[in-house]
Design a protein around this ligand. Structure first.
Ligand code: NAP
Length: 313
């Protein structure tokens, strides 16, 4: 039996059951998964393919079907998932979704028994992470925040970077699941530090997207070829997977969604709020946020972040 299976069974207590499956029949950890959007769907699928038992819930229930086809059990509420699983992962849109899923009448908090675990992998602000942590630990359960760096393809390939903070025993217990989901994980200490790290990283990324868009727009209007600009960027110190991936998308006006632009704008907004709380001026990020706001207002919120180019060019 795997480490995680042993840890899960040791902590199982009086778990609820989903369908005909009882805890006595299991020899692997049962993992809950809340939020089956672009990221969550791929992550839950990888856990199933790796042999974990997975219980899923999504606000729009129809999105559970592909996971059920892969062997997942479907639950009717976050409460039911949290009650039935050794620990539950969540990958939700934003702070409002994260709070509603925990604090709602049929939320995680209503189902989580003592010592069970809740791991929120959504990108939220540090205050939201701390509010959720406080409520969960007050119940005697354990909380870990674990936002991720990486987009649709790394989620599908299991090569995310996991930025965890909170309960160390839960971090260790989830190690085998994290192995499946990511290529690297870091433990950053107190709850809130994972959210802060994620916002710092995405604030840099947002500015890079605007810089690339402006570079291409300036170059094309100056009679340079777009491919030549990307080729020169790639040969120099600014070469990076993001420019390599997004550059050709900008030139082709391809905004097939890996990372919804509305979430990037949310992350810029949360990073700016963090900057105010710690007294750090962010002129570049504030300007980039305005570009993402303009793109959202122009109707590109559901498109990929590559669509920011549409309001720059
Ligand atoms: P997404 O495709 O928009 O999925 C969002 C998920 O949140 C869906 O399951 C949605 O349910 C759910 N949701 C929204 N509002 C809700 C509410 N009020 N109550 C309950 N559930 C709610 O987003 P995603 O790209 O998977 O991203 C998920 C999180 O990961 C976000 O925090 C994002 O910033 C972060 N992230 C994304 C990427 C990326 O490249 N995509 C990379 C790193 C981190 P419905 O299906 O019912 O709408």
């Amino acid at each position: 039996m795997s480490i995680i299976a042993r840890a899960g069974l040791a902590a199982r207590g009086n778990r609820g059951s989903i369908g005909a499956l009882t805890c006595e029949e299991r020899d692997v950890a049962r993992i809950g998964f809340l939020g089956l959007g672009i990221m969550g769907r791929a992550m839950a699928a990888n856990l199933l393919k790796a042999g974990f038992e997975v219980v899923v819930w999504n606000r729009s229930a129809a999105k559970c079907a592909p996971l059920v086809a892969l062997g997942a059990k479907q639950a009717a509420s976050p409460r039911e998932v949290a009650a039935a699983c050794d620990f539950t992962l969540a990958m939700l849109a934003d702070p409002a979704a994260a709070r509603e899923t925990v604090f709602g009448a049929e939320g995680v908090l209503a189902g989580l028994a003592e010592r069970r675990g809740y791991i929120d992998m959504s990108t939220v602000d540090d205050a939201t992470a701390r509010a959720i942590a406080a409520a969960i630990t007050a119940r005697g359960a354990r909380f870990l925040e674990a936002p991720v760096s990486g987009t649709r393809k790394p989620a599908e390939d299991g090569t995310l970077v996991i930025l965890a903070a909170g309960d160390r025993s839960l971090y260790d217990e989830a190690a085998e699941a994290f192995e499946v989901l990511g290529k690297k994980r870091v433990f950053l200490g107190e709850v809130g530090q994972g959210a802060r790290m994620k916002l710092v990283v995405n604030m840099v990324m947002g500015q890079m997207m605007v810089a690339l868009s402006e570079g291409l727009a300036l170059g094309l209007k100056s009679d340079l070829a777009g491919e030549a600009i990307l080729d020169v960027l790639e040969a120099g110190a600014m070469a990076c997977p993001m420019f390599r991936g997004k550059g050709p998308m900008l030139l082709a006006d391809d905004a097939t969604t890996s990372f919804p632009l509305k979430h990037m704008q949310k992350d810029m907004r949360l990073a700016l709020a963090l900057s105010e709380s710690v007294g750090q001026p962010l002129q570049g990020a504030a300007a980039a946020n305005e570009v993402f706001k303009r793109a959202t207002l122009a109707g590109h919120g559901e498109a990929d972040i590559a669509a920011v180019y549409r309001v720059v060019r």
